[in-house]
Design a protein around this ligand. Structure first.
Ligand code: ADP
Length: 658
């Protein structure tokens, strides 16, 4: 294909053109001749050509016009070569115009420019330091702003120097690249190698460096890039330090755990020793106690008079109470050891419920309470399990219900949980009362050992706070659960569930019985004076426990004193206001108002009817020194320990009642 070619006169008129030129202008060839540049080309191109023609006609030399676009439609760029063609015949100047398509050339130039710009932008903005280093001389050819910043010098202060002035420790005085790859060519020479960068201030920081070889303008260069990892390094060192600290702590912790384990073993041993001690002690107490009750039992059959009979019965009652306490402690101690297991014998549930009901019924009757028991239809009769455990729990819960109820009803109900099919039955026992109830905040702790809702010295109900702990342990040993619902002033429901194996089909009938006992609680026998001597001296005995009261009164009367009784501090103050007494025996722990408070009120009394200096002797079961100090602090004159011994009592009275 021939190059586009055309001839023009000096004024810019087209004289002749080849087909390629007509194509280039997108005008048919026959329409071209005689046309001026203005008619066949865009304005800019026409002007350029016109000026070129003038120049060539003056200089008579060839000129080139770059990036010429004779036709916009074409969208291509040309190099126009304009030269003179002289015709001596008519002396008219003719000019030739040759067009060379330079579009591809221009495009690849453009591309090169763009990619150079892109590389420059990356080079200048990237956060890693980049250096271009001469392969042979190790001289820095270029450096990016990030590298300048890391080193702390300007571009010009770095370029031209040897790279190892700035990166890689001069201590080695050898390039790590030479060391590693003496004959490396055109490849990656170093990847993420930890090197030292020397800052302008002389400070050394750790960088991670990668080096590649590249060819730039035919010259072999090293492209070194590096990032500052001194922060990570510091963190790493800190982590290492922390790790070694943690390691030490861990070792200490392990030692402490070992020590704690040893202590736990010691504590376990001590606990076993304590349990053994308690078991021995209760046994040692129980044995003589049995002797006492047994012998007094025999004594009762030897024709005693009414008074002797009463004393002997009091001994038996007191011994039985003590026996109950000892038994509870012993039960608890036994249950604390891991080895206990519930028995597995055959028993009749109804018989057991009736037996327990009998015991609770008697207690309820004494307080004038209604008692009911119900075994709902569908509950089987015969089971295997531990009836003794079951009996003990029911008696504990039933006794508590009676103890903490002043009026209303106590009821025992047995149901079977319906979802348990087959021989394995889940029985649910419930003991409901209309008593004082338990505040919400105490309900969670009530099954813990020695816990009582009212632990004050004015508490009204006796007990050692182990009954529920024992019941819970027994229920759990049998694989069941225990719980309560209670509202203060309204009453409580203590319930427990226990799985038992039934031995037969369902029991056809339910039992339900209620005992409505409206008898008032037993009245306190009116005290008759039984003096046999010094009746002018009257002593007030303040004691809430009727048996203790009776013992004190009997002993004093036997010694010839007149006595009056009061069952708490408030009653004592009332009695002192009404009558004259020579001496007061004051119990410490009593409901409503305790002995300490009563003494304080007597001592500070300004009323004419009370002698604030009356002799007050504490009767205390607390043997500890701090308890005695409390008595003296409250204003008491002396104390005597319970149980009262006749000799000690007589000595004391001799001292205070001359
Ligand atoms: P104790 O009766 O010997 O003090 P328990 O372990 O049997 O010991 O009971 C702990 C405490 O729980 C009691 O002192 C009482 O405060 C409370 N409690 C138990 N049963 C009842 C009840 N039915 N109603 C109200 N309070 C109760």
């Amino acid at each position: 294909m021939p190059l586009p070619f055309g001839t023009f006169d000096r004024d810019g008129r087209l004289l002749a053109a080849n087909l390629a030129f007509a194509d280039l202008l997108s005008i048919p060839n026959h329409m071209l001749s005689g046309k001026t540049v203005w008619e066949i080309m865009p304005r800019r191109e026409a002007q350029l050509l016109k000026k070129g023609l003038e120049k060539v006609s003056v200089n008579k030399k060839t000129i080139t016009i770059e990036e010429y676009r004779p036709s916009i439609d074409h969208g291509r760029y040309y190099r126009m070569i304009l030269f003179p063609i002289s015709s001596p015949a008519d002396e008219k100047d003719i000019f030739g115009l040759l067009s060379i398509d330079i579009s591809e050339q221009k495009m690849s130039k453009e591309k090169i420019r763009e990619s150079k710009e892109r590389i420059e932008a990356i080079f200048n903005s990237v956060q890693s330091g980049i250096m271009l280093v001469d392969w042979e001389s190790y001289q820095i050819l270029d450096v990016n702003p990030a590298a300048c910043k890391l080193i702390g010098l300007s571009h010009d202060e770095i370029v031209g120097h040897t790279c190892r002035n700035f990166v890689c420790s001069p201590k080695n005085n050898k390039c790590p690249l030479e060391d590693k790859y003496p004959s490396a060519t055109g490849k990656e020479l170093m990847t993420n190698s930890e090197q030292t960068l020397i800052q302008a201030s002389g400070k050394k920081i750790t960088v991670l460096k990668t080096v590649k070889t590249i060819i730039i303008e035919g010259k072999k260069c090293l492209l070194e890039s590096f990032v500052d990892i001194s922060g990570q390094k510091r963190q790493q060192t800190q982590l290492k330090r922390m790790y070694s600290k943690l390691k030490k702590l861990n070792i200490n912790l392990e030692k402490e755990i070992a020590f704690a384990n040893e202590m736990a073993i010691e504590a376990e041993k001590a606990n076993i020793a304590k349990s053994e001690f308690l078991a021995n002690m209760s046994h040692e107490i129980r044995t003589p106690l049995n002797g006492i009750t047994g012998m007094v039992g025999l004594l009762l059959d030897t024709g005693l008079n009414r008074q002797q009979q009463e004393y002997a019965e009091t001994i038996i009652q007191s011994s039985n109470t003590l026996l109950d306490v000892i038994n509870t402690v012993l039960d608890y101690t036994n249950l604390e050891t891991e080895s206990v297991k519930p028995g597995n014998i055959e028993f009749n549930l109804i018989d057991l419920v009736l037996h327990v009901s009998e015991i609770i019924k008697i207690k309820a009757q004494r307080k004038g309470l209604r008692f009911t028991h119900t075994v709902t239809p569908g509950v089987p009769l015969l089971f295997t399990g531990d009836p003794e455990y079951l009996r003990q729990i029911l008696v504990n819960l039933g006794s508590n219900a009676v103890k903490f109820t002043e009026k209303g009803t106590v009821s025992l109900t047995v149901t079977v949980t319906p979802e348990k099919a087959g021989r394995r039955k889940m029985l649910r026992f419930s003991v409901l009362d209309t008593g004082i109830g338990i505040p919400k905040d105490t309900q969670d702790f009530i099954f813990k050992k020695f816990t009582q809702v009212d632990a004050s010295s004015t508490r009204k109900y006796g007990g050692i706070g182990l009954g529920l702990t024992i019941s819970k342990r027994l229920v759990e040993l049998m694989g069941g659960e225990i719980g309560l619902k209670s509202e203060p002033e309204k009453g409580s429901e203590f319930w427990f569930t226990v799985p038992f194996t039934s031995l037969e089909c369902q029991q056809p009938q339910s039992i339900a019985e209620s005992y409505d006992n409206t008898c008032p609680p037993p009245q306190k026998a009116k005290q008759q004076p039984e003096t046999d001597g010094n009746t002018e001296t009257t002593i007030l005995v303040v004691e809430d426990n009727l048996i203790n009261q009776r013992v004190a009164v009997a002993l004093l009367r036997k010694m010839g004193y007149s006595t009056d009784t009061a069952k708490n501090g408030a009653e004592a103050i009332k009695a002192l206001q009404k009558n004259d007494y020579n001496l007061v025996f004051m119990d410490i722990q009593m409901p409503e108002m305790d002995g300490l408070e009563a003494t304080r009120q007597i001592r500070s009394s300004t009323s004419d009817s009370i002698d604030p200096d009356i002799t007050i002797i504490a009767m205390t079961a607390h043997a500890l020194k701090e308890d005695r100090d409390k008595c003296f602090d409250a204003g008491m004159d002396d104390y005597i320990s319970k149980p009262l011994s006749p000799d000690a009592l007589s000595d004391l009275l001799k001292r205070w009642l001359p």
